[in-house]
Design a protein around this ligand. Sequence first.
Ligand SMILES: NC(=O)c1ccc[n+]([C@@H]2O[C@H](COP(=O)([O-])OP(=O)(O)OC[C@H]3O[C@@H](n4cnc5c(N)ncnc54)[C@H](O)[C@@H]3O)[C@@H](O)[C@H]2O)c1
Ligand SMILES: O=c1ccn([C@@H]2O[C@H](COP(=O)(O)OP(=O)(O)O[C@H]3O[C@H](CO)[C@@H](O)[C@H](O)[C@H]3O)[C@@H](O)[C@H]2O)c(=O)[nH]1
Length: 429
Amino acid sequence: MKLAIIGSGYVGLTTGACFAEVGHDVLCVDSDQAKVKSLRGGSVPFYEPGLEAMISRNAALGRLRFGESVAEAVENCLALFIAVPTPPHADGSVDLHYVEKVAREIAGSLREYRVIVDKSTVPVRTGEKVAQTIERYSKQKAEFDVVSNPEFLREGSAIADLMNPDRIVIGSSSERATAIMKEVYGPFRTPMLITDLNSAELIKHASNSFLALKISYINMIAQICEASNADVLLVAEGMGLDRRIGRSFLQAGVGWGGSCFPKDVSAFIRIAEELGCEFRLLKEAASINEEQREHFLKKIREEIWLLRDKTIGLLGLAFKNNTDDTRQSVAMALAESFLKEGAVVRAFDPKAMAKAEQLLPKLQLCSCGEDVAAGADCVVVATEWEEFRDLDWLAMKKRMLSPLVFDGRNLLDREKMAAWGFSYRGVGR
Ligand SMILES: NC(=O)c1ccc[n+]([C@@H]2O[C@H](COP(=O)([O-])OP(=O)(O)OC[C@H]3O[C@@H](n4cnc5c(N)ncnc54)[C@H](O)[C@@H]3O)[C@@H](O)[C@H]2O)c1
Ligand SMILES: O=c1ccn([C@@H]2O[C@H](COP(=O)(O)OP(=O)(O)O[C@H]3O[C@H](CO)[C@@H](O)[C@H](O)[C@H]3O)[C@@H](O)[C@H]2O)c(=O)[nH]1
């Protein structure tokens, strides 16, 4: 089927590539001319494992094209997926102007039946507004349906998540649109849940907030473990064996970050408020998340006293492993705090250094993980990159002023670190 994706960022580009991979004919549109140019030249503006190869394979087969014109997309493609940003306003509510603009652009070119599919994360009832907008601005009064199809991919494993999702949610009350969506997703052979438009929109916010809540819960348990000499890894394992709870998203750490959880949790609190429901539980999850970072910083200050004129070796800048994305990264927030308190920060991240440098030019970027240890008063693990486990920790110890390691992700082997002579502090143990 001929499909268009409007907005070729993390979600749009990866979704477009995966649709092409299963045989659809895909046009990825973006308003950023420089981005379109570089995509046409075969380079992907961010790091996502496997994406560049998938794009070049499908582009070579002629199944994946890039453009700037929404009008071209509307003219040629039966289903138009909207994957533009939905950033937060200062008060936490969602800025929907990108979505609204695309709706008006689609309306301007609509001449025959099209399915307009919202993939951006939006407040419940946005689909209704999109439909009203298209209706209002469409001159030809052509038929169309608006569908909600929220996206659940995680950065760093986006292709695997898209090719093999847990579920596909389709919010539509139109049989015609639902049949088209079933055809689009036919090749994925995954459970499909068909709901009304509003429920589908809510499923996205309810899911993200629940996951953030789960992490805040285990982070609070981690604080209780520290105060009671218990081990959060064992507690999480014991809880996770209960299939009703499950082990995933019970990894205690320095808190959740990224382009989604912080903004979506704030948005959901505001959405609930506007609907007359105070979401106290979620407000608490957000404040536990802030506290968790502060709690970690306090632990570092307790050990090394003042940060001023100290050198901190920082492992990790991305908001999680396998990505170069530093948006709302807790590792970056920690780096900023260290710098503000007068420390020198020697940092390394396998993929996020270029983006981090733009945001925090005072960082001393190192050429490998081991290098952060040179002259360091302590090393902090802030992002869960697996490869940090395999660094030459003994060589690093020799280069440090004192063998102190704060593992904000419980990534390293505590027993090994102790045997190698490190003073090691994890989270919740
Ligand atoms: N990043 C994720 O992991 C993820 C996962 C699920 C859902 N989401 C949601 O998906 C949406 C997109 O997120 P993202 O991370 O892909 O954003 P992004 O910023 O990486 O990409 C958005 C793209 O849309 C383009 N754009 C903006 N206005 C446009 C217009 N009028 N016409 C064409 N292109 C336009 C931008 O130039 C940009 O390239 C958001 O609502 C986000 O919450 C993100
Ligand atoms: O047990 C855990 C799991 C995650 N994290 C942190 O939580 C944040 C988010 O991680 P993750 O959910 O893996 O990455 P995202 O790419 O932000 O994906 C989330 O946000 C996307 C955007 O909405 C959704 O599509 C995904 O389903 C949802 O998992 C990161 O800072 C992680 O370090 C933890 O601290 N402990």
